[in-house]
Design a protein around this ligand. Structure first.
Ligand code: F6P
Length: 200
């Protein structure tokens, strides 16, 4: 059986500042994670020449993959983080100050009530993300070799829920910590999962 390794990118500048979305580089801690990840992947997949590394098109995942050498890397737009539309690149504080109406929706009302269906103005909902992941999932299922997927919180919640067979309504609430690898193995008896927390 071949594993699928899921991980978020290393901590980004935006994670440090509490901004959602955006396209910043990774922080020093994020870089440290990228090295630990490369080390882990090198050891775990060393014998597998057919393995590949999949990232989104955003800097923070591409930079996280940089220290990993010896495997082909593929960028997928479908692995980009949920599009926060008018709120992209803002902190909750800024949304509250500059767009009090959106703040009500994003932080208080609609999004909390129905996070799965809430669509950011000019952006996406979790349901939108789940839909655009379909080609990625089809391709992942077809692969015979291991794949390392370096992506983002919302996207990985959706991917993980698919493989772990978690109900749709739980997707937006699944815990998806930074600097942790979730290894999924699909066998005849079902899906097995291991977690490796490489750092805080
Ligand atoms: O905060 C990091 C982040 O990846 C944001 O870019 C994104 O908007 C958010 O997480 C998604 O998580 P949630 O749906 O819980 O806001």
């Amino acid at each position: 059986p071949r594993p699928i390794l899921l991980t978020r990118h290393g901590e980004s500048q935006d994670n440090v500042r509490g901004r959602i979305g955006g396209d910043t580089a990774i922080s020093e801690r994020g870089e440290l994670y990228s090295k630990k990840l490369a080390n882990f992947v090198g050891k775990r997949l060393k014998s597998d020449r057919a393995a590949s590394i999949w990232t989104s098109t955003l800097q923070r995942t591409i930079l996280t993959a940089t220290p990993i050498v010896g495997f082909p890397k593929i960028q997928w737009r479908a692995l980009d983080e949920i599009n926060a539309g008018v709120c992209d690149g803002m902190t909750y504080e800024e949304i509250k100050k500059n767009m009090p109406e959106e703040y009500e929706y994003v932080a208080n009302l609609s999004r909390k009530k129905d996070k799965l269906r809430y669509r950011y103005p000019r952006g996406e909902s979790y349901l939108d993300v789940i839909q655009r992941l379909e080609p990625v999932i089809i391709e992942l299922e077809r692969q015979r070799a291991p794949v390392v997927v370096i992506s983002h919180q919302a996207v990985l919640r959706a991917l993980y829920a698919y493989f772990a067979d978690r109900p749709l309504k739980e997707v937006p609430h699944i815990e998806m910590p930074l600097h942790t690898i979730i290894e999924i193995q699909m066998g005849v008896t079902g899906v097995q999962e291991k977690r490796y927390k490489l750092m805080d």
